[in-house]
Write a protein that binds this ligand. Structure first.
Ligand code: C2E
Ligand code: CA
Ligand code: CA
Ligand code: CA
Length: 280
């Protein structure tokens, strides 16, 4: 039995080595990807449920690796957080998304989405100088603070400290703060007392079964009441069907996002035909 256990242990640590090795390789690949321009951003519409108007877009990163092919951000963002490259990558994301928003504003005028929403990772938010980075990107691109939404997760601000101070400073600047994946963290409601939040992004897990009148529907209803009671905006995430959209609207949701309205793409529909852009 002792020998079998020893074998098991060896196999286990070999697996760990493989995992650590793969993580290191992926981390190194992120470095190269940053240097050689392999990343790009796509944008997913956030629509007004009453009239279908696109009010904002969320920027989401995409990586087409020459050999690995498509690598999901759910896979490489945590690795970039671990090795610290998220700070540089995150700055690139912020600059690119803000510059794009200004291009839309300049070419489309009122047809451009009012705001662009950018995901910020926990590590980025806790990094000293993050607020200064945001100010300088706004100044550099000419985007108004009120036209930028930063999406932070509950876990990123859960610990308080520098991250919460950054959120307060950014809010003071006029940047809107969205709590991403709302309802899935440990302290969702408690955070609303200490962190200045403008938008709750109600997680897809509450939207998935919304039409079944089960627990998820009860929670989604409670969350829209909290959000309206506190004067916040709520965005329902991951809306995939017309039935879900109708039910959310019935419950009082005004904003939604999901494949039903549009997938994340490089050039969302509001850009229209090239000729329509040229007329402006
Ligand atoms: P997230 O911020 O919660 O983003 C929403 C995710 O749900 C995106 O996946 C989006 O493509 C996907 N999604 C949107 N609508 C639907 C739908 O109707 N059905 C389904 N099944 N999925 C939908 P994506 O782009 O793969 O990103 C995954 C996560 O990676 C994001 O979750 C976010 O946590 C992270 N991420 C993506 N881009 C960035 C970025 O630029 N910076 C940072 N820090 N994190 C990012
Ligand atoms: Ca997000
Ligand atoms: Ca989310
Ligand atoms: Ca998520």
């Amino acid at each position: 039995a002792a020998k079998a256990d020893g074998d098991k242990l060896r196999r286990y640590s070999a697996d760990l080595d493989d995992e650590a090795g793969e993580e290191a390789r992926l981390g190194a690949a992120v470095r190269i990807a940053l240097d050689t321009g392999q990343f790009r951003l796509v944008y997913q519409p956030i629509v007004s449920l009453p009239d279908g108007r696109i009010v904002s877009v969320e920027a989401l990163i995409r990586w087409d690796h020459p050999d690995r092919g498509f690598v999901s951000p759910a896979e490489f963002i945590p690795v970039a957080e671990q090795n610290g490259l998220i700070v540089e990558l995150g700055a690139w994301i912020l600059r690119t998304a803000c510059a794009q928003a200004v291009v839309w504003r300049n070419t489309l005028g009122d047809a451009a989405p009012e705001r662009v929403s950018v995901n910020v990772s926990a590590r980025q938010l806790a990094e000293p100088g993050f607020t200064e980075l945001v100010s300088s990107v706004l100044a550099w691109t000419g985007l108004g603070a009120q036209n930028l939404i930063l999406e932070v997760t509950e876990t990123a601000v859960f610990g308080g400290g520098q991250a919460v101070q950054a959120v307060k400073d950014l809010h003071e600047l006029g940047v809107r703060i969205a709590l991403d994946d709302f309802g899935t963290g440990h302290s969702s409601l408690g955070l609303l007392q200490t962190v200045p939040v403008d938008v709750l992004k109600v997680d897809k897990s509450f939207v998935d079964n919304i039409t079944l009148a089960g627990r998820e529907a009860v929670i989604a209803t409670a969350l829209i009441q909290v959000s309206h009671g506190l004067g916040l905006m709520a965005v329902a995430e991951g809306v995939e069907t017309a039935e879900q959209a109708a039910e959310l609207h019935r419950l009082g949701y005004r904003l939604a996002q999901g494949y039903h309205f549009g997938r994340p793409v490089a050039e969302p529909d509001f850009l229209g035909e090239p000729t329509a852009v040229a007329v402006v």
